[in-house]
Design a protein around this ligand. Structure first.
Ligand SMILES: Cc1cc2nc3c(=O)[nH]c(=O)nc-3n(C[C@H](O)[C@H](O)[C@H](O)COP(=O)(O)O)c2cc1C
Length: 181
């Protein structure tokens, strides 16, 4: 990718993957970038579980009733965890780390999709966060923010279109002022 603007314009959630595995150097680069992500009070409250095992990916793909099934076919799933005992901003820390994973993967030409875990349930009504903790043997106190599915793109998403940007969401100086156009 040439520059950051191209990167964010072209990044789309990818839910179809070729099945090809990632190179160790790609995984290393993704994690290197992620470990450089900013965190509250530099607490680096994160922990990451990297999963490539097919059986485990299949089990993770049913961690919630919808919106996770594509995990089964990704090359690598990264569970993004943070420790609430390290900072009150643990949710933010996990979200930023997850975003770094997505952007670095996109820069490598890989597709990703965020799978929300906290606040979700499995088909049978079991808490998704607990389901993931059980499977991956994650300590009880850790927060499971999300799982990022990564793989080689089987389908390329349409780039974001400038026409669809919601400029009306911008409020200049005060909320009630006229939005920009
Ligand atoms: C906090 C968050 C939670 C999301 N959860 C899911 C999810 O559980 N399953 C899924 O398929 N996509 C999920 N997504 C992806 C969004 O659906 C996607 O980012 C959004 O539709 C915009 O599309 P784009 O990523 O292609 O720009 C999530 C994204 C975010 C930021």
């Amino acid at each position: 990718m040439n520059n950051f603007t191209d990167l964010v314009t072209n990044r789309r959630s990818i839910r179809q993957y070729t099945g090809e595995s990632l190179l160790p150097s790609e995984v290393e680069q993704i994690m290197k970038a992620t470990l450089m992500s900013p965190s509250s009070k530099n607490s680096r409250s994160w922990e990451f579980v990297l999963i490539e095992n097919k059986e485990m990916l299949k089990k993770l793909s049913i961690c919630k009733s919808s919106g996770a099934i594509f995990i089964e076919n990704c090359a690598l799933a990264i569970a993004v965890l943070t420790d609430p005992l390290k900072t009150e901003a643990y949710v933010e820390d996990s979200a930023i780390a997850a975003t770094y994973i997505q952007l670095q993967a996109e820069d490598l030409g890989l597709g990703t999709c965020w799978v929300q875990i906290s606040g979700r349930e499995t088909e049978t009504g079991y808490d998704s966060e607990q389901y993931v903790k059980d499977l991956l043997e994650i300590p009880l106190q850790l927060h499971v923010g999300c799982i990022i599915a990564i793989g080689r793109k089987a389908k390329v998403g349409k780039p974001h279109s400038e026409e669809k940007l919601q400029w009306e969401k911008l409020h200049i100086e005060k909320y009630k002022n006229e939005p920009t156009s």
